[in-house]
Write a protein that binds this ligand. Sequence first.
Ligand SMILES: Nc1ncnc2c1ncn2[C@@H]1O[C@H](COP(=O)(O)OP(=O)(O)OP(=O)(O)O)[C@@H](O)[C@H]1O
Ligand SMILES: O=c1ccn([C@@H]2O[C@H](COP(=O)(O)O)[C@@H](O)[C@H]2O)c(=O)[nH]1
Ligand SMILES: [Mg+2]
Length: 221
Amino acid sequence: MAAKAAAEKQIPAPKKDTPTFSPSKVTVLFVLGGPGAGKGTQCANLVRDYNFTHLSAGDLLRAEQDRPDSEFGNLIKEYIKDGKIVPMEVTVQLLENAMMDAVKKDKDGKGKFLIDGFPRKMDQALKFEESVCPSKFVLFFDCPEEVMQKRLLERGKTSGRADDNEESIKKRFKVFEETSMPVVDYFDKQGRVVKIVATKSPAEVYKETRGKLEERLGKNF
Ligand SMILES: Nc1ncnc2c1ncn2[C@@H]1O[C@H](COP(=O)(O)OP(=O)(O)OP(=O)(O)O)[C@@H](O)[C@H]1O
Ligand SMILES: O=c1ccn([C@@H]2O[C@H](COP(=O)(O)O)[C@@H](O)[C@H]2O)c(=O)[nH]1
Ligand SMILES: [Mg+2]
């Protein structure tokens, strides 16, 4: 209950001196782009070809929402339907837990993560890099709203997602422009954004993604 109150009021957690994971052992790429830009689709390709662990913040929140004992279930449900950003304490903890699970399974304690749909708000970006792990860069899938809307409405016919409907999509676009684009701009000013044109076919988008990723990291990262 105390954690929930803290999350709702955004009471800052005590500051940590060092992040949980060292970038010498753990590689983090943030994957951003508007709702429906194709982040999940391209992450699946990257997992297949480069052995990344894919962590979608939205998927982790949906799983937490459905966990019978979760104290955050109702809160997450409300936030997702309205496209709002769940208080960062919840999401950062879910991500850190999932990263820890994966790193513990690796015999060298290493990990390579695609953190999809995160950070979507400046407080999350600062908190994650300070307390969990600094990221190498952001893969940013750039797509206009009309294209994303068409994709989401099509996906909504079968996805069962509570936010793949016209009303929620409109709210998600607004939050993306007002709250998440400033995060992309923040990393861009530091030269840490790799921008991909996301309007072409999935195969063409992936070709550009691979090319730019290897340009940045080399072939054997
Ligand atoms: N390049 C593409 N061209 C056409 N359709 C695409 C393309 N990439 C993905 N899609 C389709 O668009 C929909 C949204 O894709 P995806 O789930 O990968 O987006 P996302 O960025 O993860 O969305 P969200 O932010 O809602 O999680 C899916 O139905 C997917 O099959
Ligand atoms: O850091 C995050 C990421 C996501 N959310 C909420 O989840 C939904 C769905 O996210 P997808 O990436 O589209 O799966 C998003 O609209 C937010 O409501 C969040 O709160 N914080
Ligand atoms: Mg997705």
